[in-house]
Design a protein around this ligand. Structure first.
Ligand code: ADP
Ligand code: GN1
Ligand code: MG
Length: 376
């Protein structure tokens, strides 16, 4: 769909200092949360492009806090990138104030819109088809975490409280079963049973935080593979985007969520479960790239729980999709009524497959860690 003549959107576009005359506004990306548009303008035959994003108000209740995190984190990264001799215009997001000098534009319905410079010649992958791409995204997320290692953690707002608190996700799930708001309980019996059978795993990492056995760091928390930009020409992964959930968290959340979304043979919403499997080669490639950047800074407890984190993040995501299915699709964007259930099924299949390959993955990870340390 083309929104170029949509008066409501035109008004929003006008509130930002975009250069030149508007040419086109079209939707882009496949994120489940925000609505994203690519805006093209032209000035003296040169095109200028911007990302315009509607911040999902059901998910992000405090846009000022959200934008404060985004501004501070991108500003901090910018300095680090310059110190590293990199290009800050490409290696992190550059967001734009409105003409009124506000970090977002509030439309007549109270919805908040923000804008970034569009980073050109890039692409994202919803599905990774080669180990080298996993390796490169792992390095990009590893560098991201390294650059934020000394970010003042107390400066960050918790944009979504308890985001990776798996026991809290289970509480919400059980409430959804109880309420059965969508009347869909009967359609999800098997999935509910599966989720409950794995509840014993839910609190392992949060318990380790409480006992001080895992360090809380500044983490991304939504390290889906399509949240990394790849250069169209060199195919290098050069920029981590979608910074809305940068918050205090565990390095394991970031590792685990990338495996969940990337080390698989088909899309997150594949209906044919025979096509959706764990790809151990993609796992190994990610683990190698991640350890290459992070081995020295990780604690032994973190290393020992890398495979577990992949399983837990997958279980948690499956439980979240299932909860949303039971609640009537109020959180994730869906294209059809069973979409969340379909997504939940792929996640639970992946949990089973990680369990089946656990020992082998654990051994390879330990070996990759040993090698990464030797190479330093
Ligand atoms: P969501 O929270 O909905 O996932 P994202 O911030 O990840 O939203 O943006 C959705 C998609 O838009 C990304 O996967 C990417 O393809 C594209 N995108 C977002 N920001 C930029 C940018 N600054 N430059 C180029 N592409 C971008
Ligand atoms: C959402 O925004 P997006 O599509 O990158 C979600 C993640 C889930 C993911 C599942 C803020 O990520 O937590 O893991 O969908 N983001 C938020 O695909 O809830
Ligand atoms: Mg995204």
């Amino acid at each position: 769909m083309n929104y170029t003549n949509d008066e409501k959107i035109l008004k929003i576009v006008e509130s930002f200092p975009f250069q030149g005359e508007l040419v086109e506004i079209k939707p882009t990306g496949s994120g489940h949360i925000n609505s994203t548009f690519l805006v093209t303008c032209t000035d003296s035959n040169i095109n200028y492009q911007y990302i315009l994003q509607l911040i999902n108000p059901n998910v992000f209740k405090k846009p000022d806090e959200l934008m404060s995190n985004v501004m501070n984190v991108t500003g901090f990264l910018r300095n680090k990138i310059i110190l590293d001799g990199g290009n800050p215009e490409r290696e992190t997001l550059t967001f734009l104030y409105t003409k009124d000098n506000a970090p977002y534009y509030k439309d007549e319905n109270g919805a908040c819109w923000r804008a970034y410079n569009y980073i050109g010649n890039c692409m994202t992958y919803d599905k990774v088809d080669e180990p080298i791409k996993m390796y490169r995204s792992a390095k990009a997320f590893g560098v991201f975490q390294k650059r934020l290692a000394d970010y003042p953690i107390d400066n960050l707002f918790e944009t979504i409280p308890n985001f990776h608190n798996t026991p809290a996700r289970y509480d919400a799930f059980k409430e959804a079963i109880e309420n059965n708001l969508s009347g869909r309980l009967e359609d999800a019996k098997e999935e509910i049973e599966f989720a409950l059978s794995r509840e014993c795993d839910a609190s392992k990492l949060t318990d380790m935080i409480k006992t001080g056995d895992l360090p809380v760091r500044v983490t991304h928390n939504d390290t889906k593979i399509n949240n990394v930009l790849f250069d169209k020409i060199t195919n290098d992964a050069f920029c981590v985007i979608d910074l809305d959930t940068v918050m205090p968290g565990l390095s394991l959340y970031d590792f685990g969520d990338s495996i969940r979304s990337g080390a698989v043979t088909s899309d997150e919403d594949e209906k044919d479960l025979d096509k959706f499997n764990l790809d151990v080669n993609l796992y190994n490639a990610y683990a190698e790239g991640f350890l290459c950047e992070a081995a020295e800074s990780l604690t032994q407890n973190e290393v020992d729980n890398l495979v577990f984190s992949a399983k837990l993040m997958t279980l948690e995501c499956g439980v979240r999709f299932l909860t949303d299915f039971l609640n009537g699709d109020v959180y994730f964007k869906t294209d059809y009524p069973e979409h969340n259930l379909v997504r939940c099924r792929t996640q639970f299949k992946l949990v089973r497959e990680i369990e089946a390959h656990y020992d082998e993955m654990y051994k390879t990870t330990a070996e990759l860690y040993r090698r990464a340390l030797l190479e330093k």
